[in-house]
Design a binder for this molecule. Structure first.
Ligand code: TYM
Length: 349
């Protein structure tokens, strides 16, 4: 049966330091997927500038996110790590996806509404078009699997719709290419992979809000660069309720903060929430938080240490990105050539 080559693509914005949500919602899954898939992990600097970034800070953040990928366990021998702006196919394909995506689809994107806030007139065109660039990122490599946190699911649906519409609009031209994918079309419809016990890590100050780099309170999140003392303080201060922990998962219903902390523990320890509750059911938060501090420090401190070590040698980080960009380009170039033929562009031989 015809099928697509299995390939993973995902990315993170270098807008500030990565936090526990990025780590548990995405990075840990990225590391695991290296064992089974060809993986491409991007630092999406072009997405970052959809909102104002100080250029010097942006450069620093690109390198810091790269260091975080490596420190968390992405193996540059196996997987590709690069920054988006080094592979021009992202911008080129984004123009074509801009012409496939419908305004009606874009107007439903909740993240634009959140990020643009009340002052929509003053948001950049790039912020509005952002999901179309994200579709281009994924389709440029014909990626089949995209490990992301739950907040990115709507963008993945838009990516699938874009792939489907392109496949339909250009069905005759695609059939002429004889790709060996039969009726499947040119672009695969990528699967979002939201796995594990923490696909949506919530703020430590408010269990109904997602943990986010844009939250004004630094106590709402644990940054991958936080030292042990800071991690301990943030967890001790985390909002909870007065009851003891339940012994079963259904006892977490309606207890957003408790559920979040149990999910974080499970994610950090490679367990399910059920397993965590089997151990801590009946415990008071004081005891559970102490165990969570120990676990979080044990898991995150080595990553912070390794990031610091890597960031001491910027030329090494830049070399990782450069080499990754060459490898990414080698995959993207023939796909981009086919796309140009399909839409009817005349190109140099
Ligand atoms: P970004 O940079 O906001 O987040 C990077 C990854 O971290 C996940 N994440 C979370 N997961 C669980 N709980 C949280 N509180 C939390 N906060 C963030 C995100 O779901 C994401 O997986 N648009 C993307 C970047 C992107 C991309 C792509 C991703 C651009 N092109 C192509 C995949 C494929 C973004 O802004 O992620």
């Amino acid at each position: 049966m015809a099928s697509f080559h299995q390939r993973v693509f995902s990315g993170m914005q270098p807008t500030s330091t990565l936090h526990l949500g990025n780590y548990l919602g995405a990075l840990t899954n990225w590391v695991a997927m290296q064992e089974t898939h060809e993986c491409i992990y991007c630092v999406v600097d072009m997405h970052a500038i959809t909102m104002w970034q100080d250029p010097a800070d942006l450069k620093r953040a690109i390198r810091e996110v790269t260091a975080a990928y490596v420190a968390a366990g992405i193996d540059t021998k196996k997987s590709i790590i690069f920054n988006q702006s080094q592979v021009s196919g992202h911008a080129e394909l984004a123009w074509i996806t801009n012409c496939v995506v419908r305004l009606g689809w874009m107007n439903r994107m909740t993240q634009f509404k959140e990020k643009a806030g009340k002052d929509k007139e003053n948001a950049s065109l790039g912020l509005y078009a952002y999901p179309s660039l994200m579709a281009a990122d994924i389709l440029l490599y014909k990626a089949t699997h995209v490990p992301v946190g739950e907040d990115q699911k709507q963008h993945l649906e838009l990516t699938r719709d874009t792939a489907q519409k392109f496949n339909n609009d250009f069905a005759a031209q695609i059939a002429g290419l004889e790709l060996g994918t039969g009726d499947l079309g040119f672009f695969p419809l990528p699967e979002p992979m939201t796995q594990g016990p923490a696909p949506r890590v919530m703020s430590l100050r408010d269990g109904t809000k997602k943990m986010s780099k844009s939250d004004a309170s630094d106590n709402s999140r644990i940054n991958l660069t936080d030292d042990a003392e800071t991690i301990a303080t943030k967890i001790r201060k985390a909002k909870t309720d007065p009851d003891a922990l339940p012994s079963e998962e259904k006892g977490l219903e309606g207890r957003a903060e408790a559920e979040n902390l149990v999910g974080i523990y499970a994610g950090l320890n490679g367990q399910t929430k059920t397993q965590v509750l089997a151990e801590f059911g009946g415990s008071q938060f004081s005891g559970f938080k102490a165990a969570l501090v120990d676990l979080a420090v044990a898991k995150l401190s080595p990553i912070a240490g390794e990031m610091r070590r890597l960031l001491d040698d910027v030329s090494h980080i830049d070399a990782i990105l450069g080499r990754g960009a060459e490898r990414a380009e080698a995959i993207a170039a023939p796909i981009m050539r086919d796309v140009k033929d399909i839409v009817g562009f005349v190109r140099r031989g």
